[in-house]
Design a protein around this ligand. Structure first.
Ligand code: HPA
Length: 272
């Protein structure tokens, strides 16, 4: 088992650099059901998680573990089809290892996508919401432990964890914005927990993304989060039972919309 430390990351980086002959500017990480968003990557070089030294393999449904390097509208990108989760039993270092490699490759913008439950009742299932801030309730932080100053700051500022420039672009595309609460999972929340999250100010709840966002910020990347509100959170409709299958189905139907938003974002970034 790798330690997912700096030494392991250098080995992984070395391998990736031999296969990918350019420096990606933007990284896109696709969550549950959003793997098809990868179809928009042109001239793709595809790697598989199991081929890459130290790369953690996902056990979650809808997470294929492909890594695709290519371009979108001329912009060099790296696309991660799937991520690993804290609830799979991976520790925070493993969960954020791909984010570390992305940062070390020289990526400037980190775009995380995910599926979530909607706490805010103005959202409808399948809607894509721009994450404008988060609440970390996972009970852990990926930067825990002795700090390596070559890798990240010890105390990164999180005031603008979600890049204001990219949020403005999403605003221009007509997306609503929301606060994402990250829970450990894998059980869905109880209605009482959803109520608590609403009181805390959360609009969306999910089981991913926040560790990556913390790490990407600490490494100096600009971060955006796009969340597909797959279902109304537990208890919003008391007669509704949540299933992982339903989440995947709803999100898959929004994959094209997600791809359109990401392409529009990239067009705007190309003009910067
Ligand atoms: N809760 C947590 N994570 C989720 C949900 C939810 O309701 N829907 C999709 N991911």
């Amino acid at each position: 088992m790798p330690n997912y430390d700096y030494h392991d990351a250098l080995e992984t980086l070395n391998y990736m650099k031999r296969i990918i002959p350019f420096t990606p500017k933007t990284a896109i990480v696709a969550g549950s059901g959003l793997a098809d968003v990868a179809d928009m990557v042109e001239g793709a070089i595809t790697l598989y998680a199991h081929m890459i030294p130290n790369w953690p393999g996902s056990t979650a449904p809808g997470h294929s573990g492909r890594i695709i390097a290519g371009t979108i509208h001329g912009r060099p990108v790296i696309f991660l089809q799937g991520r690993v989760h804290f609830y799979e039993g991976y520790d925070m270092k493993a969960v954020t290892f791909p984010t570390r490699i992305i940062g070390m490759l020289g990526v400037k913008e980190y775009i995380a996508t995910n599926a979530s439950g909607a706490i805010n009742t103005s959202y409808t299932p399948g809607e894509i919401v721009a994450i404008r801030d988060h609440i970390n309730l996972m009970g852990a932080n990926p930067l825990t432990g002795r700090n390596n100053d070559d890798w990240n700051e010890r105390f990164p500022d999180m005031t603008h964890a979600y890049d204001p420039g990219m949020l403005k672009i999403f605003d221009g595309l007509g997306l609503k914005q929301g606060i994402y609460a990250a829970m450990h999972g894998p059980s869905f929340e109880t209605p009482a927990e959803v109520n608590m999250l609403r009181i805390l100010g959360a609009d969306l709840v999910g089981m991913s993304t926040v560790p990556e966002v913390i790490t990407a910020n600490a490494m100096g990347m600009r971060v955006a989060g796009l969340s597909c509100a797959a279902n109304m959170a537990a208890g919003v409709d008391p007669d509704h039972t949540l299933t992982g299958q339903e989440v995947l189905e709803v999100v898959s139907k929004s994959a094209l919309k997600m791809a359109g938003i990401i392409t529009a974002l990239i067009d705007r970034l190309n003009q910067e």
